[in-house]
Design a protein around this ligand. Sequence first.
Ligand code: AMP
Ligand code: TRP
Length: 344
Amino acid sequence: MAKFHERVFSGVQPTGNLHLGNYLGAITKFVALQKSYECIYCVVDLHAITVPQAPRELEANTREVTAAFIASGVDPVRHIIFNQSQVSEHAELGWIFNCVARVGWLNRMTQFKEKAGKDRENASVGLYSYPTLMAADILVYRATHVPVGDDQKQHLELSRDIAQKFNNDFAESISRRGFGDGYFPLPEPLIQGPATRVMSLRDGAKKMSKSDPSDYSRLNLSDDADAIAQKVRKAKTDPEPLPSEEAGLEKRPEAQNLVGIYAALAETTVAAVLGQFGNANFSTFKTALVDLAVARLGPICTEMKRLQGDQKYLDDVLKDGADRARVIAAANMRDIKGILGFIR
Ligand code: AMP
Ligand code: TRP
């Protein structure tokens, strides 16, 4: 396989209620990767409309995600932040990938099954083909590394399958144009650390999610200190004290979740947290968790609100990011059209 220029790409949907799972599973990784890579972070509005969105809320939610990226430490000058619909190459390559991916591949996607629920006949066609657009998001920049939470693993595997099939199907045309033995890299998922799957505070078997009807199930990035304290205190636990070894967390999903959250917020390991809190009861541990969560999330919440008050700044960031992203995407799209045999 040819050597590719290393580049990070990831996306977050502007669907409201940004929460601790988004922050620990994705956004903190986005921040850390800036040191070693050229990074592109996208507010994926074309993905959001796979389910109905009220236009005014979509605008507000797009600015909220933008503000969350910046408040958390993503640098929109050295790296790129933009919203997907401003770079039409995403949708264009998405169509091409609809013709590369197989129906059988999409039929295996568990997220579609969950999101479409029982009334599958009534789901949008976009919700079904969503993973081909996600592959296009990544591959239109020929990105090599993709930080995401655990729930996106299957979609990343599909992106790799699409890249591989395109490289195989057009191998002759790719090599004739001087791109060696593959035009697209096989993008690598970066799913690491103690909080790749943050669970609901009300039910340790359910993922923390934007769409859970109970606000007590999640810590929102917009929650103030009082809300954080209330939600952590009410979080479901079991009657036992915390174990001192990791093995003792097995079959205790709520305890495992809270310890994982603590470890991620403190930037340490689960083992180290249990070293400190082993044999402590939950009320002691929860008090420490509230203090830590408020210390970490409080400043982000404040900065997000400040940025959200400056709509012009946020819209300028998105436009400037889109202008820079488009330069990369357009050059690649030109290659891709040549490879396919489209006259340019
Ligand atoms: P979404 O809100 O679905 O656009 O997700 C944005 C990013 O957050 C993706 O990388 C997801 O994998 C990640 N994410 C969403 N929910 C969670 C969760 N409960 N735990 C960890 N990561 C999550
Ligand atoms: N599907 C992702 C989610 O729901 C969001 C997303 C869209 C994405 N395009 C992407 C993530 C490309 C990583 C890379 O969370």
